[in-house]
Design a protein around this ligand. Structure first.
Ligand SMILES: O=C[C@H](O)COP(=O)(O)O
Length: 261
């Protein structure tokens, strides 16, 4: 089954709502409709930008989608500072990132938390982009495949095949995030294939063939082509390069098979 590539721009804690509007306008201007037939493009701004992005996307009927960087595991109530899935759904979010390594590391999120957030997103009709990835010590010990498979299994534990069919997985080796040290295409393919094999085991071969598996970690317009050309790499979760309209549009066009805008 041919999987449509997905390019997701995780802005992290960058850009206020006015800057968000400017960036989305520039990206949309650079990517005419024909590109969206071959690639899904989404931006993942901070929570405070989402309403502005929604107004722009809906008002101008833009073809890109948008999402959030995190979601509460809870539906509502006394959870100061948290944002629920239903709030994000009301804002028209298509995707939500769960289990990003920065949240696992800086906020102590466990696989159980990631699973709960994945369920919360699915319960609100939002596609979770479930992130996994090994640190440098695991990579250097040669244990990266087993580590990622275990993290994926724990983050999806107990989900039905139907639920698994509704997710996106992002493999992001922690040592490649924001460091400029991109994994080689072969490194990305090795783990993304192991992810797909694991999805086949957890759900079914058909589901595994349909789920998109992204690579993230220092993706840019120069390396995106080789990474996405790998049989089990279906796009990218892009950090730094997603803040530059020209570069993000270019790597989206590369994922669409060109021509460059
Ligand atoms: O979510 C995105 C990743 O953490 C990658 O970030 P980066 O492209 O800046 O390395």
């Amino acid at each position: 089954m041919a999987r449509k590539p997905l390019i997701a721009g995780n802005w992290k804690m960058n850009l206020n709502h006015l800057e968000a509007i400017a960036l989305v306008q520039k990206i949309a201007f650079s990517l005419p409709a024909k590109y969206f037939e071959k690639v899904d493009v989404t931006v993942i701004p901070p929570f405070t930008d989402i309403r502005s992005v929604q107004t722009l996307v809906e008002g101008d009927k833009l073809l890109l989608t948008y999402g959030a960087q995190d979601v509460s595991a809870h539906e509502s109530g006394a959870y100061t500072g948290e944002i629920s899935g239903s709030m994000l759904a009301k804002l028209g979010c298509t995707f939500v990132v769960v289990g990003h390594s920065e949240r696992r590391t800086l906020h102590g999120e466990s696989d159980e938390t990631v699973l709960a957030k994945t369920k919360a997103a699915l319960g609100c009709g939002i596609t979770p982009i479930v992130c996994i990835g090994e640190g440098l010590n695991i990579r250097e010990a040669g244990e990266h495949v087993a580590y990622n498979v275990a993290q994926l299994k724990a983050s999806l534990a107990g989900l039905s095949a139907d639920e698994i069919s509704q997710i996106v997985v992002a493999y992001e080796p922690v040592w490649a995030i924001g460091t400029g040290k991109v994994a080689s295409a072969a490194d990305a393919q090795e783990v993304c294939k192991a992810v797909r094999d694991t999805l086949a085991e957890l759900a079914s071969p058909e589901v595994a063939q349909a789920v998109r598996v992204l690579y993230g970690g220092s993706v840019n317009a120069k390396n995106a082509g080789e990474l996405i050309a790998q049989p089990d790499v279906d796009g990218g979760l892009v950090g730094g390069a997603s803040l530059k309209a020209d570069e993000f549009a270019t790597l989206s066009a590369i994922a669409a098979g060109g021509p460059l805008p």
